[in-house]
Design a protein around this ligand. Structure first.
Ligand code: HEM
Length: 542
């Protein structure tokens, strides 16, 4: 076995052993100790009364002391404010998250308590851009343990997004970086173009009201299948016949539940409870990955790089690693891009002047007859860029941020002006930071694409204009940031140019645009509702 595979296997067997020791200790504390105590109590009362009495008293004392400690000035995070239920138990935030409005809840907490707030007994949310680099940059902290919960506990091989060891993450990220290089992105252009044309055709040919958010989702899924596995599924053509998209959306609620209480996944796995919804989603990807192995590399898709078919790494990776990361691409790349794209369409339809202006820009660069899937004009399209940035600012695809925590044994750290002891889990609340008037003014809560053009100095700045690029991190920040950022931007620009060149879009009659905002849920990634539109082909523009 190669040294890196050996290291991975050892790390995961060490992790499993540690989890088993932790579980046994918990069992000892919660079952064995009160049972032994009840034998002593049984010398004074009947054993039938002694057992419940001892257990009840033992648990009450245990819970009271935990609660008192978490609220006390002796707790390492005592200096940071927050609501009492958050300080007492992680279950409070779990409950909030399950309702889908965590992003708004945490935003309100920041308004009330300030730039750092305790959102769990050992977890803080931060709304201060000066903390982004120290927390998430090269010398910051790695991923937090919430990813272990999100993935339903240890897998045969962890997907890259879960890896907390910096060196191991760096090693695993190398093939991804090659797969998203400028040269590789160029190779994906025809794949994007083919799917974009199919999407436009699908929307144009569907008569009546179209749920454009659904079709955009199918498009991103089909495209990620092409890009990751050299072709996979035809959701735009066949619909969600066997429930793949639904399985992915369903798994969001289960994973947001588990991300706040990752330790529970250990017990769920041992008892075989609740994994179906997540396993169903995963089984689709595993099946396709297996097929792809058999086919071999005919095109340079992501699999080609993950499987080291380009020969850039000294050793071939384990099969389980390639499968895990291929699956990760589908999950990380489809839902995120779909929600951002649908959100951009929503804002454009809500702001007809912005829609018109973008259409004029598209008409300028892609007049009728010009191929709108060509990327050559993208860098010149300043309003297109402003529209995408503004939608990403208002609704980042990961609104409540990605958790970070010190690697065990590495100690506490000054994160900007805040000292966080080891054992703390911390997130930058992207949603709040990007809507903070100290970072973006005026109209921090409104869709105003011009702020990006003002910031470039292309139009004069209004009074009290504020624009802080360091506070804009919709693709996250640092060595664990979104590796698919450039692909996502390329995809979104191509879709928007093609939509606006070929279609006229408007909200369906009777649709209340507030429904879109109401339906948005923060399930770590954004879960969106329906976006009913009427689409007609553009025929008479010049
Ligand atoms: C608009 C679309 C997208 C947005 C807003 C977005 C945003 C994000 C964010 C916020 C993260 C978390 C990074 C962290 O933990 O700090 C992430 C991670 C990731 N994204 Fe994206 N993403 C998008 C599209 C894509 C696409 C198209 C892919 C292609 C496969 C992709 C692949 C990944 C991967 C693999 C990770 C994990 C990176 C790592 O752990 O090193 N994303 N993304």
């Amino acid at each position: 076995m190669s040294p890196s595979l050996l290291q991975t296997a050892l790390t995961s067997s060490l992790r499993d052993s540690l989890l088993t020791v932790a579980a046994l200790s918990l069992f000892f504390l919660l079952a064995v100790v009160p049972l032994v105590l009840s034998i002593f109590v049984g010398t004074h009362v009947s054993i039938l009364a002694a057992v419940p009495l001892t257990f009840l008293t033992y648990y009450a004392t245990l819970c009271t002391s935990v609660v008192l400690y978490r609220l006390s000035p002796f707790h390492p995070l005592a200096r940071y404010p927050g609501p009492i239920p958050c300080k007492i138990s992680q279950f409070w935030m779990t409950n909030i998250s399950m309702k889908g409005k965590r992003h708004l809840y945490i935003q309100r907490l920041h308004e009330k308590y300030g730039d750092i707030v305790r959102i769990g007994p050992n977890e803080v949310s931060i709304r201060d851009p000066s903390a982004i680099n120290p927390l998430m940059g090269t010398n910051g902290w790695p991923k937090g343990p919430n990813f272990l919960g999100r993935s339903m506990g240890p897998q045969p091989m962890q997907a890259m997004i879960m890896i907390r060891n910096t060196a191991e993450h760096h090693r695993r990220r190398r093939p991804w970086n090659r797969a998203f290089s400028t040269a590789a992105l160029k190779e994906y252009e025809p794949l994007v173009a083919k799917r974009v044309n199919q999407l436009v055709e699908k929307i144009a040919s569907d008569k009546g009201v179209v749920d454009i958010a659904k079709y955009i989702g199918y498009f991103t899924y089909d495209f990620m299948g092409d890009m990751a596995f050299g072709g996979w599924y035809e959701m735009l053509r066949d619909g969600d016949a066997d429930g793949r998209w639904k399985a992915m959306e369903d798994s969001l609620r289960a994973t947001v539940f588990l991300e706040h209480i990752p330790w529970i996944t250990y017990w769920m796995q041992k008892l075989g409870v609740g994994a179906e919804v997540i396993q169903k989603q995963r089984s689709f990807a595993l099946a396709r990955a297996d097929e792809r192995y058999k086919q071999g590399s005919k095109t340079k898709d992501l699999f080609y790089y993950l499987n080291n078919d380009d020969g850039a790494e000294p050793e071939p990776p384990a099969k389980a690693q390639v499968i895990s990361d291929g699956n990760l691409a589908i999950i990380a790349g489809s839902d995120t891009t779909a929600s951002v794209l649908a959100n951009i369409i929503y804002y454009l339809l809500r702001e007809p002047t912005a829609y018109k202006r973008l259409q004029q820009e598209v008409d300028l660069y892609y007049p009728p007859g010009e191929d709108a899937t060509e990327t050559k004009n993208h860098t010149k399209m300043v309003f297109l860029e402003a529209v995408i940035n503004e939608a990403l600012r208002l609704l980042p695809a990961v609104p409540s941020g990605s958790q970070r925590a010190a690697y065990p044994g590495s100690g506490g750290k000054a994160i900007g002006p805040y000292y966080l002891p080891e054992g703390t889990h911390a997130r930058i609340h992207f949603y709040s930071v990007q809507r903070d008037p100290r970072n973006f003014s005026p109209h921090p809560e409104s869709f105003w694409p011009d702020r990006w053009i003002v910031a470039e100095g292309d139009i004069p700045a209004p009074k009290d204009f504020k624009h802080n690029p360091a506070a804009f991190t919709p693709f996250s920040f640092g060595p664990y940031n979104c590796v698919g950022k450039n692909l996502a931007l390329q995809e979104m620009r191509t879709v928007l140019c093609s939509f606006l060149q070929n279609l006229d879009l408007r909200f369906a009659d009777g649709y209340d645009p507030e429904d879109w905002i109401r339906d948005i849920e923060d399930m770590f990634v954004v879960k969106k509702g329906r976006l009913p539109v009427i689409a007609t082909r553009r025929t008479h523009h010049s």
